[in-house]
Design a protein around this ligand. Structure first.
Ligand SMILES: [Zn+2]
Length: 176
């Protein structure tokens, strides 16, 4: 699919605060700091999310308590922090939002979309094999719930819709 990107506009060098210019790095025109002699690259931001099911084969989802898309539902997850792996990010976000500690991750797939906040986002989805802990909505979650396939709530982000589709397809194929 084609994604319509809206580039972020960067005006100043985050290192030295010199005004950035546009310059050709040999491949493309990029923001460039003449003072640091450094090009800046505009890339999508990585995020990770978790797919967890209960004994009734219902998926765990999180209701957002913050904008954007406050009140709509997502898979538990969030942005990858510097210094952690995507697996660590998925499990950290799971525990932060739901109180559950997961183990045994399996890569399900990825989804890439334009994002107003970061320009673009790549979400990496993992199936969580087992989990423990007391379920409680925390940080940017106002509610949590396990949903069967025919009773899922309105999903906040296209990336998660696409990943849920991936999950359902793998499930129908008997691959997970
Ligand atoms: Zn600079």
């Amino acid at each position: 699919m084609t994604i319509e990107w809206t580039p972020l506009i960067w005006n100043y060098c985050p290192n030295c605060s010199f005004k950035l210019i546009e310059a050709h790095d040999g491949q493309s025109i990029r923001p460039h700091c003449p003072d640091c002699n450094k090009y800046y690259y505009y890339n999508p931001v990585p995020a990770a999310c978790c797919f967890l099911t209960n004994e009734n084969d219902e998926l765990l989802m999180v209701q957002r308590s913050v904008e954007p898309r406050k009140g709509l539902w997502t898979m538990p997850g969030g942005f990858v922090e510097s210094g952690e792996t995507t697996e660590e990010a998925a499990l950290r976000e799971l525990e932060e939002e739901t109180g559950l500690r997961g183990t045994g991750l399996r890569l399900l797939g990825t989804s890439t979309r334009a994002s107003k906040i970061s320009g673009g986002v790549i979400v990496i989805a993992y199936a969580v094999e087992s989990w423990e802990g007391e379920m409680e909505a925390k940080t940017d979650a106002m509610d949590l719930g396990f949903f069967s396939r025919d009773k899922r709530p309105d999903i906040a982000f296209e990336v998660h819709e696409e990943l849920i589709q991936t999950y359902d397809n793998l499930r129908l194929d008997g691959q997970i």
